[in-house]
Design a protein around this ligand. Structure first.
Ligand code: AKG
Length: 265
């Protein structure tokens, strides 16, 4: 599989083989500087776009070219086995519902992640999930030990508004969301503007998540803002979304900032 950033050409020429020691040291230093530059380039593969609002801090970029994103989606369609039975359900205010999409959880051995009232055990990383995880790490400098995979067969599949603020998530690590397949609208809504308790007028933040894109939800976004993927009936193509997370290994978990209302239906 191709690297998503093309590394620089090797500028060494045969004439460099017969050179004085001083010139050689200089050339070595230049080569080292060039490599450092390449590392910098690699850690910022494409221009990041900052998305900000009160208490919302996100970064968005196109991580993969169309060709690579097509290839990754195809691979994931072959590799990922989605949950069935109890794990394909959510509990909302005590009632159990089928999830309106398919889900799978992968990660480091032994990790579990509990949300919407159901505990999910991580299946081992697949080669493609590992490849995408490493590309996200190279682009962000963050490491991840878990990924939630959501598959939307078409625009009728969706995800209800929720916050990813579970106790077991490392609050210092952004949630890194990679999208492959049909572009879909993604909506953030401030917690003070929801439901009957509407206390303030804050506009929702709406994005379209493109094929091959990466959205970073940085702290404190998930404290103040809910996010969801609404129904879009005209969309007939599938989409796969991967949210890479870092789960705390220390079981003395931090208290939840606010109670999650189990709304990620
Ligand atoms: O599919 C999406 O973009 C939404 C995913 C999401 O909200 C989540 O995994 O918490």
């Amino acid at each position: 599989m191709e690297e998503f950033v093309v590394r620089g050409q090797n500028k060494r020429s045969p004439a460099n083989d017969a050179i004085s020691p001083r010139k050689k040291i200089k050339l070595e230093r230049m080569k080292q500087e060039e490599e450092e530059e390449e590392e910098d380039e690699f850690s910022h593969p494409v221009p990041w776009q900052k998305i900000e609002a009160e208490g919302l801090d996100c970064d968005y970029a196109l991580l993969f070219s169309k060709e690579e994103a097509d290839h990754l989606l195809k691979q994931l369609e072959e590799e990922v086995v989605y949950s069935t039975g109890e794990e394909a359900k959510v509990q909302i205010f005590g009632k159990v519902y089928d999830i309106p999409r398919k889900q799978a959880t992968h990660g480091d051995a032994g990790l579990t992640y509990t949300y919407s009232g159901v505990a999910r055990l991580a299946c081992p990383w697949t080669p493609t999930l590992e490849y995408i995880r490493d590309a996200v790490t190279k682009a962000t400098g963050q490491t991840f030990n878990f990924v939630l995979v959501n598959r939307y067969k078409d625009g009728r599949d969706h995800m209800g508004e929720h916050r990813d603020d579970e106790k077991e998530l490392d609050p210092l690590c952004p949630i890194a969301s990679v999208s492959l397949g049909a572009p879909r609208d993604f909506v953030f809504r401030h917690r003070d503007t929801r439901g009957k308790r509407t206390r303030r007028q804050i506009e929702p933040v709406k994005l379209e998540l493109a094929h091959g894109s990466l959205l970073l939800m940085n702290s404190p976004t998930n404290t103040f803002w809910y996010h969801g993927l609404p129904v879009r009936k005209k969309i007939s193509l599938p989409r796969v979304n991967l949210t890479f997370r870092r789960i705390l290994l220390d079981q003395k978990k931090r208290p939840s900032v606010d109670s999650q209302q189990g709304t990620s239906d």
